[in-house]
Design a protein. Structure first.
Length: 403
């Protein structure tokens, strides 16, 4: 009898271990950047007060709490606004729909931890390692990790979502944006791994800032178009750097007053797309998402732009842009593109003269002072996936042709 009792006790212990909290895995994917990362100006459409409850406690915020929103870079302000229910800081954020999509596609023993960090109206130089927002972001990850350890749960950060670039555009900081964002990825990867002790690299799910045409110096035919260089840097890192993965360019969405900030539905759409990339990273360690050019070849008065996937036109969701968003700019500042034709995974841009030394662009256009899918800097190219929810809009680019 004693042996049977010991066996029964052991089986009960194993069963409780398998069904208890020690089997929980916390997947932490926060959002970081400036005002678009914080969701500012976006009318709240998610019931954030019941976000955790609706997911049976599988969606949690920083510190593994169940309170969301009121994102501030100062913890005391955030706490006070949550306590008093300060409605002016209750914005829609891409993190909410991302978390809902992730929780619906991951096992019941997986918890999604998400929150937003950074500071509105801030250039990249004031968000990188050594700045207050950066340290506070790390502190939020650390307190989340420590709470998971206290509960006996596993915890890791497969990725963070980067949403910043607007300030460097319209404040004309003229920093080496690509180098600074690359260094940020190296620093945040090292610093997060030091906290969580994980072996997996922390990927950067990178959106693309598309607010070119609200910048006061913007001229889409400027051969040295500075505004396009920010978007170009983000595209090149997504395309070429293994620490980066594609989120989405934001031109296919609506902006509040067609200006700087995504509206609530735009934030929700971005979150769902970021969730697709995050799921790839969780399951395979990388993601093949993203649509961008992989080769640009001049042929006398034509240019052939090859993409990494098959493409299609969409002039319904995004209002038709001139030449579907393509332009070929001479060193003298003239657009010589006259016609665009699609073929499988490439476009042929026919021009009025030789293209040698020209800048080949996509999405560098738009009505001055406007942003978004109807009037802003935009294009009409997306991947030809038959599933509308999985189609990917092409990243904006600006690339020079060799003489």
């Amino acid at each position: 009898m004693r042996h049977l009792f010991i066996i029964a006790l052991a089986l009960f212990f194993l069963s409780s271990c398998n069904n208890g909290e020690r089997t929980k895995v916390v997947v932490c994917i926060p959002v970081y950047g400036q005002s678009l990362a914080l969701g500012e100006d976006a009318e709240l459409i998610t019931d954030i007060d019941k976000l955790s409850e609706r997911s049976n406690g599988r969606i949690l915020s920083e510190g593994l709490g169940n309170k969301f929103g009121y994102y501030e870079d100062q913890g005391v302000k955030q706490w006070v606004k949550r306590v008093i229910g300060y409605n002016k800081r209750r914005f829609e954020n891409s993190a909410y729909s991302m978390a809902e999509s992730l929780s619906a596609n991951l096992g019941n023993d997986t918890i999604v931890c998400t929150f937003a960090g950074g500071r509105g109206g801030t250039a990249i130089s004031n968000l990188v390692k050594g700045t207050y927002p950066y340290q506070r972001f790390l502190d939020n990850i650390k307190c989340s990790y420590e709470e998971a350890v206290r509960k006996g749960w596993e915890f890791y950060v497969p990725a963070i979502c980067w949403m910043q670039g607007e300030s460097d555009m319209f404040d004309y900081t003229r920093v080496d944006y690509k180098q600074m964002l690359k260094q940020f990825s190296l620093d945040i990867n090292k610093d997060i791994k030091a906290i969580t002790r994980q072996e997996q690299d922390v990927r950067i799910i990178c959106y693309q800032s598309c607010c070119l045409s609200i910048c006061w110096k913007y001229n889409p035919n400027d051969y040295d178009c500075y505004e396009a260089s920010i978007a170009e840097s983000q595209m090149e890192l997504v395309r070429d750097d293994s620490l980066f993965a594609a989120g989405t360019p934001v031109y296919p969405f609506n902006f509040v007053r067609e200006r700087l900030h995504l509206d609530g539905e735009g934030q929700r759409s971005v979150g769902k797309l970021h969730a697709q990339t995050a799921l790839d990273i969780i399951r395979t360690g990388h993601s093949e998402r993203g649509l961008y050019p992989i080769n640009i070849r001049p042929m006398e008065t034509d240019v052939i732009v090859s993409f990494n996937k098959k493409i299609q036109l969409d002039t319904c969701h995004v209002t038709k842009a001139n030449n579907y968003g393509f332009s070929v700019i001479t060193p003298q500042g003239n657009d010589i593109a006259k016609q665009v034709a699609l073929m499988d995974s490439a476009v042929i841009i026919s021009c009025t003269q030789s293209t040698n030394g020209c800048s080949v662009r996509y999405g560098v256009n738009g009505t001055q002072g406007k942003t978004g899918r109807t009037s802003g800097a935009r294009g009409n190219i997306k991947s030809s996936d038959n599933n509308e929810d999985k189609s990917e809009w092409c990243y904006i680019f600006s690339l020079l042709l060799a003489d």
